[in-house]
Write a protein that binds this ligand. Structure first.
Ligand SMILES: Cc1cc2nc3c(=O)[nH]c(=O)nc-3n(C[C@H](O)[C@H](O)[C@H](O)COP(=O)(O)O)c2cc1C
Length: 208
């Protein structure tokens, strides 16, 4: 099935009620692949995921979620940022790959090299733009799921520290969001949105 991108965007909804039918491994791999291919600052690719598909595993995070639908979904991606991606050594590796690929000039790379960057993961404070990187990856996943006829919902209303602990994640991981995925058991109408005129600032904009 080929789906026009605008139709895909139009059809996506946050789904909060799922059928119990499992999602195939093939589809879950495609969703992960959509995250893997997302763009990120300096190609750092700081996203990491835990995928919970077995009921006892989803149950492990039950105490951390507020909305029960999250763990009722047959698959839940726990979306994390790896602090290690922001250490100097790894940033330099990513940069030299970009220079070798001709994507970034040596001059531009030099500007990044000269920035203050921690050598050790323990000294990393996750920069704000890391959340942009992870956000793009998650939205890639959401749209891929939609294209496969699956529903999903971004979830931030939960206790990330409790999820971190329940899943015994390593200290360099910061849990940021949950993404439950499954076949929709509801067909919500579009949620309200501002008009184009409300979101396009007047300064110099002439398309509307
Ligand atoms: C960063 C982010 C966090 C969100 N967190 C939650 C959440 O914790 N629980 C929830 O039910 N929906 C959550 N949502 C879904 C929004 O409520 C939803 O996107 C919005 O109401 C618009 O509805 P739609 O996605 O169906 O168009 C979140 C969405 C985003 C982008």
């Amino acid at each position: 099935m080929s789906i026009d991108f605008h139709q895909l965007v139009l059809s996506r909804r946050s789904i909060r009620k799922f059928m119990s039918q499992a999602v195939s491994n093939e589809d879950l791999v495609l969703i992960l692949e959509a995250a893997r291919l997302a763009p990120s600052g300096t190609n750092r690719q700081p996203w990491r995921f835990v995928l919970l598909t077995e009921a006892p595993d989803r149950e492990k995070i039950a105490g951390a979620v507020i909305q029960p639908f999250v763990i009722e979904a047959p698959a839940v991606f726990v979306c994390c940022i790896d602090k290690g991606a922001f250490t100097r050594g790894l940033v330099e590796q990513r940069l030299s790959e970009l220079v070798d690929a001709g994507a970034v000039s040596r001059e531009a790379a030099g500007i990044i090299y000269r920035r203050k960057m921690p050598d050790k993961v323990e000294d990393v404070v996750i920069p704000g733009f890391a959340y942009l990187d992870l956000g793009i990856a998650i939205e890639h996943m959401v749209l891929q799921a939609t294209a496969l006829g699956l529903g999903s919902c971004w979830v931030r209303l939960f206790n990330p520290d409790q999820v971190h602990e329940s899943l015994s994640l390593s200290p360099e991981m910061e849990v940021v969001a949950l993404l439950p995925v499954g076949y929709p058991a509801e067909t919500p109408l579009p949620r309200p949105r501002f008009s184009s005129a409300q979101i396009l600032l007047k300064a110099g904009s002439t398309i509307l």
